[in-house]
Design a protein around this ligand. Structure first.
Ligand code: ZN
Length: 150
């Protein structure tokens, strides 16, 4: 199990150091801001949605390693998928991070997002990991006010 944790840790550190899809997205037609006051994480999610499909995604902002890695992993996961698929991913991710930390996770369904399962042991970190997803949801639903995790 510790080998697996090390691997997860490595993926998180890598995404924190070299976040994917980082920066403003040219031609974005949806955007939302998220803020996690508990930790100070702030980010903006940009989406380009075309005929019910995510054809472009990016994020920018500043925050802790978990919030940044989670946003980076999220952009990788959702790029090219339909809005319905992304909504299902949101539900799976939320179910994972809010489940008891000793409950096995569905690695096949979650894919790389499973690396964040470790946050379940640290309730404060759950908000860091969830921020990108809640901000994404707001962008999908075109909610104009900034999202807060509190
Ligand atoms: Zn944080």
């Amino acid at each position: 199990m510790s080998d697996l944790s090390d691997l997860y840790q490595e993926v998180i550190l890598d995404h924190n150091r070299r976040p994917r899809h980082f920066g403003v997205l040219a031609g974005a037609n949806r955007t939302a801001k998220g803020h996690n006051p508990l930790c100070g994480d702030k980010l903006v999610v940009y989406l380009k949605i075309d005929a019910g499909r995510i054809t472009g995604v990016s994020f920018e902002g500043s925050g802790c390693a978990i919030s940044k890695a989670s946003a980076s992993l999220m952009t990788d996961a959702i790029d090219g998928h339909s809005v319905a698929e992304v909504t299902a991913m949101f539900d799976r991710f939320r179910a994972m991070v809010t489940s008891p930390h000793d409950r096995p996770i569905d690695q096949d369904a979650l894919g790389k997002l499973a690396v964040l399962a470790g946050v379940r042991e640290f309730p404060v970190r759950v908000k860091c990991a969830s921020l990108a997803w809640h901000t994404l949801k707001a962008a999908l639903e075109d909610v104009p006010t900034p999202v807060k995790t509190e």
